[in-house]
Design a protein around this ligand. Sequence first.
Ligand code: TRP
Length: 334
Amino acid sequence: MKNILSGIQPTGDLHLGNYFGAVQNWVRLQDDYRCLYCVVDYHSMTMPYKADTLRENTWKMVFYLLACGVKPEYLFLQSLVPEHVELAWVLGCVSSYGELARMTQFKDKSDQLKETDKEAFVSTGLFTYPVLQAADILIYHADYVPVGKDQEQHLELSRNIAQRFNHQFGKPYFRHPEPLYTETPKILSLADPSRKMSKSLGEKHYVNLFGEEDRIRKQIKSAVTDTGDTPAGQMSPGVANLFEILRACGQLDAHNALMTDYKSGALRYSELKETVADAVAALTSAFRERLHSLQADKKAVKTQIQDSSAVIRKRAQQTLKEVREIVGLPTLKN
Ligand code: TRP
């Protein structure tokens, strides 16, 4: 069985775009692969943050992922396996400054910081972020990494690092991880369908998967449909987005019936919105229910994930033992 690894930052809320773009796919892959999914809390330290918020959001993400159907034995916290950081140090020594400086995510995020404050603090952690990501992947000898296209450059770097390590130490030790791009629905902001649904745009732009049903319905009902600048004969992005959400929710019959109405000019947007709201409400109510039952015994859930992290850590420790030997570090006393 092939190994899969992916990671998600504990950003707070999980929205419809995250679910259809990543989490749903993670859940499906669990049937066919040996999967590992981590909440990458170390990575969340690379941008300005508060300690309490990080701790809170990390566990929040764990609960959300479990509620969406991620198997607890596949889920762990990155920082409960500190070997990731040790491997990142080793890999940092086979990565060049130049290749890291070419990473567009680093440029985007540091520009973003400087937008609000020209003198903004840009951490070295933000710069070496992709090396830690390579360590996340290589430490478990992952074959495939399900990610979005925005992570293409980081995955390529992970492969280059693996290759350079193997070459430098004359041993085919690390596998070359391949990105796994599954066709996933691209969900746009309901308030501004010219942009991707994203938390950073602000609250009205994203549908929180675990939000109140009333609010979800209201957001969908007030979704922007026609803005008047769509060329005649073309579907506006806002309307296309609603259709996309309906399809992503698995409501193909309703989708096709409404599409027929659209094509004949008989579609009322209020009806489309009502149907989409029902579909999203049905999907999310199942998640909310599972979240509630998980929250009934938070301590048990946390213990379960600490335990799974400890089991997974054993694999990481084995890798580090081998790596230390390969690169010329002394054996640890145990
Ligand atoms: N950088 C990824 C993102 O922003 C998150 C991530 C961290 C990751 N480590 C990973 C993804 C390892 C895949 C594999 O989405």
